[in-house]
Design a protein around this ligand. Structure first.
Ligand SMILES: Cc1cc2nc3c(=O)[nH]c(=O)nc-3n(C[C@H](O)[C@H](O)[C@H](O)COP(=O)(O)OP(=O)(O)OC[C@H]3O[C@@H](n4cnc5c(N)ncnc54)[C@H](O)[C@@H]3O)c2cc1C
Length: 509
């Protein structure tokens, strides 16, 4: 019988009940039905991003045939879906599989501590009322997203405190935000700004998108006619699989061409913009970025909605820099001013790795910036721990599904071999070091130094490539550069382990 003071023990602990956490649980239940697991979720509801973001027009910016789970066809008409539909899809997935009963809400994981002697993690989670709970688990699976929930990113704008109107960050959109009939300025040029502008333009007196520099914007059909026809012809499941592969191939072709033939792709994108806007529109100033396509994420807009709003005059783009705010609006460096009643700061996210939880290994706090990512889902020297991070150049869930499949295979392998420890370990002294992401977006550059790095070779290299990852994660070996052991084994306390621990702690072993 368990003593009252003994923490509850689980085989697997999933952190986060967003798209990834629900998907992870689904794979785990199906592949390893006997596993005792739970999901700890910091918020009071599931859905993560798709529950948090409530700004007008919130939608996916990649198609739902690849943002949907591999195991659950997306059957709605729209391929670029609104936030509510995505949230419903995640919730229904959880409810149908009984995953919702495994979620413990209002539990923010703040720390996890690994003991090699016991081969388990001790996890501390806090709740809103200040209580702390401790659990232990054999395997820790972080599905905690990639950004801070409590605070979006807002640069310091001079004079913003003196602005007389309302300032809203899209991450914290107030339910009662009144913008109908008002002059709205949206600061930003990324996916959020291009989504918000046409949605606000429907009710506002005027919407101005104020960008410091342009982004690539590509119009795609909101509905996928092939998908909708195929579903009727060959059924939901088969159609989903075909369309998923079609879209993987198209995304991959677009990305690869952008990297190899940037000039060609610049021209292709530019021609699309020129076609969608009225003759004479200043495309060079507002839609001609200084960087190449996919140096930063390309923004997709469904059915050219942004261009329509610009063409109709309900929205405008201004490419300029903010000099300062005043009571009635924004003064720009060019000398122009924008009068505003509402300012929306679509200025981005604050990246956060592993949900902000601190990791300790055998009493030593780890510095994750010293770790290498292993197959883009584990960390060198960190035992029995996986994390789910999706692609930056394709739909998130393509990778999330593969991570889940691999994690289940890894757990199968451990069970079959009688192991209770697995830890990726760098054995190649010639392994080079590269930044985790090669994006030049501000939100990446602000945080890159704190993130783990990737290696120059497999399996430490982060492949932003679904077909390559599919071969490696679904079919490749689970034991390459992975140390397996048992809690009591001498091997677990080998010198290599001690070395990788010191490296993680930042000391020079
Ligand atoms: C506005 C917006 C639009 C996007 N659109 C797309 C798109 O169209 N296509 C695409 O591929 N990607 C898109 N993304 C990326 C998007 O985040 C992913 O698609 C996906 O929703 C991520 O799911 P997730 O479960 O991994 O993370 P999240 O949705 O962030 O969920 C993480 C969950 O973990 C919880 N959590 C975090 N830390 C802790 C902790 N310490 N303890 C307990 N719980 C914790 C959070 O509360 C949250 O519920 C978008 C992102 C944003 C912000």
């Amino acid at each position: 019988m368990r003593l009252a003071s003994t923490p509850e023990h689980l085989d697997v602990l999933i952190v986060g009940a967003g798209l990834s956490g629900i998907g992870a649980a689904h794979h785990l239940q199906r592949q390893r039905p006997r596993e005792r697991y739970a999901i700890l979720e910091a918020r009071a509801t599931l859905g993560g991003t798709w529950d948090l973001f409530r700004y007008p027009g919130i939608r996916s910016d990649s198609d739902m045939h690849t943002l949907g789970y591999r195991f659950r066809p997306w059957v709605e008409q729209k391929a670029i879906a609104d936030g509510d539909s995505i949230l419903r899809y995640v919730r229904e997935t959880a409810r149908e599989a009984g995953i919702d009963e495994k979620i413990r809400f209002d539990r923010r994981v703040v720390a996890a501590s690994w003991s090699s002697a016991e081969a388990l993690w001790t996890v501390t989670a806090g709740s809103g009322d200040g209580e702390h709970e401790t659990l232990t688990c054999g395997f820790l699976w972080m599905c905690s997203g990639y950004y801070r929930y409590d605070q979006g990113y807002t640069p310091e704008f001079p004079g913003i405190d003196g602005f007389g109107g309302e300032v809203i960050h899209p991450q914290h959109w107030p339910e009662d935000a009144g913008y109908a009939g008002k002059r709205v300025v949206v600061i930003g040029s990324g996916a959020t700004a291009v989504t918000l502008v046409p949605a606000l333009a429907a009710d506002a007196a005027k919407v101005t998108m104020l960008q410091r520099s342009p982004s690539y914007v590509v119009s795609v059909p909101g509905e996928d006619a092939i998908a909708n026809r195929l579903r009727r012809a060959i059924g939901e499941r088969r159609a989903y699989s075909v369309v998923r592969w079609k879209n993987v191939a198209l995304q991959s072709l677009f990305y690869r061409l952008s990297r190899r033939r940037p000039r060609l792709m610049r021209n292709v994108i530019r021609r699309g913009v020129v076609r969608a806007l009225p003759p004479g529109y200043d495309v060079d100033t507002h839609f001609e970025p200084r960087y190449n396509p996919w140096d930063q994420r390309v923004c997709l807009v469904p059915d050219a909605d942004l261009f329509t709003a610009l063409g109709e005059g309900s929205a405008e783009i201004v490419t300029d820099r903010i000099k300062s705010f005043d009571q009635g609006g924004i003064e720009l460096e060019s000398g122009r001013r924008l009068d505003a009643d509402v300012v929306v700061t679509a200025t981005g996210l604050n990246l956060q790795f592993l949900g902000g939880a601190s990791l300790t290994i055998d009493g030593e706090e780890t510095d994750l910036s010293h770790a290498y990512t292993y197959k883009g889902m584990m960390l060198s020297g960190v035992p029995n721990c996986a994390f789910t991070l999706g692609y930056t150049n394709a739909s998130w869930t393509l990778k999330a599904d593969l991570v889940a499949e691999y994690t289940c295979r890894l757990l199968d392998h451990m069970e079959a071999g009688g192991y209770d420890v697995c830890a990726p370990e760098v054995s190649d002294p010639a392994l080079g070091e590269e930044p985790l992401l090669d994006f030049t977006s501000g939100y990446v550059l602000r945080s890159i130094a704190e993130l783990p790095k990737q290696g120059s070779k497999e399996p430490w290299k982060l492949r932003q490539n679904y077909p390559v990852d599919l071969r490696s994660l679904r079919h490749g070996p689970v034991d390459d550069q992975m140390r397996f052991g048992r809690a009591a084994d001498q091997a677990i306390n080998s010198s290599e382990t001690a070395q990788s621990r010191s490296a993680l702690a930042g000391s020079s072993a």
